[in-house]
Design a binder for this molecule. Structure first.
Ligand SMILES: Cc1ncc(COP(=O)(O)O)c(C=O)c1O
Length: 400
């Protein structure tokens, strides 16, 4: 492949996931990007050109790797290509990418609206730090109802943030409807699309200014690295790159960026299989007498199934369910699983479950009030790529 980035990004999704940001190494002719571990880069020598080495608008002007380095840049091109954004900045984790974006775009006295149910680390950052310590006015709303977002708008609303589908409860918010509201008031609209696995929904096409991802999840997919990305408007990405890299320092390592780049090549294929397996398992669980309820965006019974159908091309690999037997049933169930592992994280090749006990609802820790119907707690199920018959057999014996 010898096409420049701007050409590769016009290709089909699977081709973009393989070729954007890739290229032949000019020194060795290797057809894979090298891992560049240098922590310093030679600067331009002349008085006329030195400034180019420090041009913050040029993501390829490498000087010191905390702000930019080649492996981060290859990965950024790949992700911007897959997501269809003008540019991308990658960070050391999902939380680093998202908090870096909010620190860059918001100041004390600004108002921000966010999904009430969002990943707990982001929820804690918004409530405990951005709002309580740094003076950003914060309103948490149920973004599954766009009218709640409209009602929360203030004259100083600078940013609207939606996580869809949400972690852990897979709530879906109407991206296009909320994008219209943000646009009408000139606010930046950000979408955490981690649960979609990047390829199952396209927030930028629906009007988002920035899309955020924990790369640790589906993009990595193999359970062996941590990373985060913000993708979208170039003017905003340039600001975030400067603030998050130079001033906050949440840089991804070259090796991690290389690993994540490698993982992206199979992302569209993997996501297809995650979605197929999850739909089969959600239907299986819904029909099982030991299961009290199942929530999966692909099921007709999901409260926002229509929104999910409108804006997703597949419903992802994340399922929630609760056991009819309540509290007493959870630990025997978790202990009986043989293939599915009880562990944090999601989006791996292997299936993972995480149990959320009701005592996890601790407002002092910024922990959410999970929906009332969860009762004695529930299981967040990250459906892996195993043979679905083996997963059904494992669940059947453990539920029994
Ligand atoms: C939706 C969502 N956003 C952000 C994050 C944070 O990502 P990381 O763990 O890579 O910091 C997570 C982690 O679970 C997540 O699920």
């Amino acid at each position: 492949m010898n096409l420049p980035f701007e050409e590769t990004r016009k290709l089909g999704e699977a081709t973009r996931a393989i070729h954007c940001g890739e290229g032949v190494d000019s020194e060795t002719k290797a057809i894979r990007r090298p891992i560049v571990m240098a922590n310093s880069f030679e600067l331009n020598d002349s008085a006329e050109t030195l400034a180019e080495s420090f041009d913050w608008n040029d993501p390829n002007a490498f000087n010191y790797p905390r702000s930019r380095h080649p492996n981060a840049r290859y990965l950024e091109e790949r992700l911007a290509g897959i997501e269809g954004g003008e540019d991308c900045v990658v960070s050391s984790s999902g939380v680093a990418a998202i908090s870096g974006a909010f620190f860059t775009l918001l100041s004390a006295g600004d108002h921000m609206i966010s999904s009430r149910i969002c990943y707990i680390g982001i929820h804690g950052f918004l409530v405990e730090h951005l709002s309580k310590r740094f003076g950003v006015e914060l309103t948490l709303v149920d973004t599954t109802d766009p009218e709640s977002v409209r009602a929360a708008i203030r004259p100083n609303t600078k940013l609207i943030h939606v996580e869809t589908p949400s972690n852990p409860t897979t709530l879906c918010s109407d991206i296009a409807a909320i994008a219209g509201m943000a646009k009408s008031i000139g606010a930046v609209f950000t979408v955490d699309s981690t649960f979609s696995g990047m390829v199952m929904q396209n927030p930028i096409a629906l009007g988002a200014d920035l899309v955020m991802h924990s790369l640790t999840k589906y993009v990595n997919g193999h359970g062996d690295s941590l990373g985060g990305a913000v993708i979208g408007r170039k003017d905003l990405i340039t600001q975030i790159r400067l603030a998050a890299g130079v001033h906050l320092g949440a840089t991804i390592s070259p090796f991690t960026a290389w690993l994540l780049m490698r993982s992206t090549t199979t992302l569209p294929m993997r996501m297809k299989r995650h979605c197929e397996n999850a739909l089969v398992l959600a239907r299986f669980l819904e029909g099982h007498p030991a299961v009290k309820f199942v929530r999966y965006p692909g099921l007709e019974s999901h409260p926002q199934h229509d929104i999910a159908r409108k804006q997703m091309t597949g419903f992802g690999g994340m399922i929630n369910f609760a056991l009819t037997g309540g509290k007493e049933a959870y630990f025997p169930f978790l202990g009986a699983l043989k293939i599915i592992t009880h562990a944090v994280c999601l989006g791996h090749t292997e299936s993972l479950v995480q149990y959320y006990p009701q005592q996890g609802n601790n407002p002092e820790l910024g922990v959410l009030n999970y929906p009332e119907d969860i009762g004695e707690g529930f299981v967040r199920f990250s459906v892996g790529l195993e043979d679905v018959e083996d997963l059904i057999a494992d669940l059947t014996q453990a539920l029994g």
